[in-house]
Write a protein that binds this ligand. Structure first.
Ligand code: SF4
Length: 319
C-alpha cells in the first residue's frame, strides 16, 4: 500500500474505520482469540546504542543497571512459568547492538533457544542486528520469529537513533526473511512523530515480502532520563486509528498491542481489540517498563469474551 491509500483509510470517520477493521479481522481470523506473549529481558541495560526511547542505553542516566546475560537454566525456568500461565509465545530480548557468529554470548543464546524450543512454545528473540549467518543459526536452533522493529518512518528515524540507520534495520530484516524465520516488526508511537510518519512506517511494513507475521504497536513509555522523557501520552483514538489501519493494511498479521498498556483504560483496550489487535504482551514486566498484571489481563479478556490462544495450537488465519 502507498501513503495516499493509508491516509484515506486512516482519516475516514472513526466509526467507519473501526467497523472496516472489524470486518477485515472477521474475514481473516477465526474467533476472538488473543495470543498471550511473554517478553523476558535476558540481558538488561548497558547498550551501546542511543535509541531515544530506551532506558537500556548506556548513554542515558535512567537508573537501569547493566546486567549479565541470564543463564540458560534461569531463562528456561521463566519460560516454563510463562507457559504455565497461558503464554504461547516466549520472546527473549537482549540489550546490545547485535549478535556475531562465534561470540560466546551468541553461542549461549543458541543453547537457550534450543532448550526453550523444547517446551512447545513459539520462540521469539530480539537480539539487534544480525547477518544471514546468525539468522540461519537461530532458525536451526528453533527460533520461530525474530523481532526487529523499524520504530517509525525512514524520515523520522534519525531523530530517534543515530548509532545505526533505518537501512541497517532493513538489512537485518532481509537476513531474517532469508533464513525462513518469521518477522515480527512494528513501531512506537508518541515519540514526537507526525501521523504521516506513522503511516509511512506502515507503508514500509506493507511492502515487506512476505508481510510481517506480527506487528507490535507500542505506545512510548516515557522513561525518566531518556531524551523522550517529557513526551505526552498518546491519545487513545490515535492509537485505535493506527491499530485499525494496521489491521486493514496487514490483514493476516497478528497485531500486537504492546508497550504502554498500563496507561490504557479497560475501555481503551477493548476498542483496540475491536479494531483488530489480537495479541498482547502478558506478564508484570515488559523489559524495563511496567505491564498490567496477569490477573488483570485474564479478567479483562474474560469480560470481553476473548479467549487466550490455546497453547500448542496455531491461531487460525483463514487465508
Ligand atoms: S532499543 Fe535496543 S538497541 Fe536501542 S538502546 Fe535499547 S536495547 Fe539498545
Amino acid at each position: 500500500m502507498n501513503l495516499a491509500e493509508l491516509q484515506s483509510i486512516y482519516h475516514q470517520p472513526f466509526f467507519d474505520l473501526i467497523q472496516q477493521a472489524r470486518n477485515v479481522y472477521l474475514e481473516h481470523w477465526k474467533g476472538d482469540e488473543v495470543q498471550l506473549c511473554t517478553l523476558l529481558s535476558i540481558k538488561t541495560g548497558g547498550c551501546s546504542e542511543d535509541c531515544g526511547y530506551c532506558a537500556q542505553s548506556a548513554r542515558y542516566s535512567t537508573g537501569v543497571k547493566a546486567g549479565k546475560l541470564m543463564s540458560t537454566e534461569e531463562v528456561v525456568a521463566k519460560a516454563k512459568a510463562a507457559r504455565d500461565n497461558g503464554s504461547t509465545r516466549f520472546c527473549m530480548g537482549a540489550a546490545w547492538k547485535g549478535v556475531r557468529d562465534g561470540d560466546p554470548r551468541f553461542e549461549q543464546v543458541l543453547e537457550t533457544v534450543r532448550e526453550v524450543a523444547k517446551l512447545g512454545l513459539e520462540v521469539c528473540v530480539t537480539l539487534g542486528q544480525l547477518t544471514p549467518v546468525e539468522a540461519r543459526k537461530l532458525k536451526e536452533a528453533g527460533v520461530t520469529a525474530y523481532n526487529h522493529n523499524i520504530d517509525t518512518s525512514p524520515e523520522f528515524y534519525p531523530e530517534i537513533v543515530t548509532t545505526h540507520t533505518f537501512q541497517d534495520r532493513l538489512n537485518t530484516i532481509a537476513a531474517v526473511q532469508e533464513s525462513g524465520m518469521a518477522v515480527c516488526c512494528g513501531g512506537i508511537i508518541g515519540m514526537g512523530e507526525s501521523v504521516d510518519d506513522r503511516l509511512k512506517m506502515l507503508e514500509v511494513l506493507t511492502n515487506f515480502d512476505p508481510p510481517p507475521e506480527s506487528v507490535p504497536i507500542n505506545c512510548l513509555m516515557a522513561m525518566p532520563g531518556t531524551p523522550l522523557e517529557h513526551q505526552p501520552p498518546v491519545d487513545i483514538f490515535e492509537l485505535v486509528r493506527l491499530i485499525a489501519t494496521t489491521r486493514i493494511a496487514l490483514p493476516k498479521s497478528k497485531v500486537r498491542l504492546s508497550a504502554g498498556r498500563t496507561r490504557l483504560s479497560k475501555e481503551g483496550q477493548a476498542l483496540c481489540f475491536f479494531a483488530g489487535a489480537n495479541s498482547i504482551f502478558y506478564g508484570d514486566k515488559l523489559l524495563t517498563a511496567k505491564n498490567p498484571g496477569v490477573d488483570e489481563d485474564r479478567d479483562l479478556l474474560q469480560e470481553l469474551n476473548l479467549i487466550p490462544q490455546h497453547p500448542h495450537t496455531e491461531m487460525a488465519c483463514l487465508r
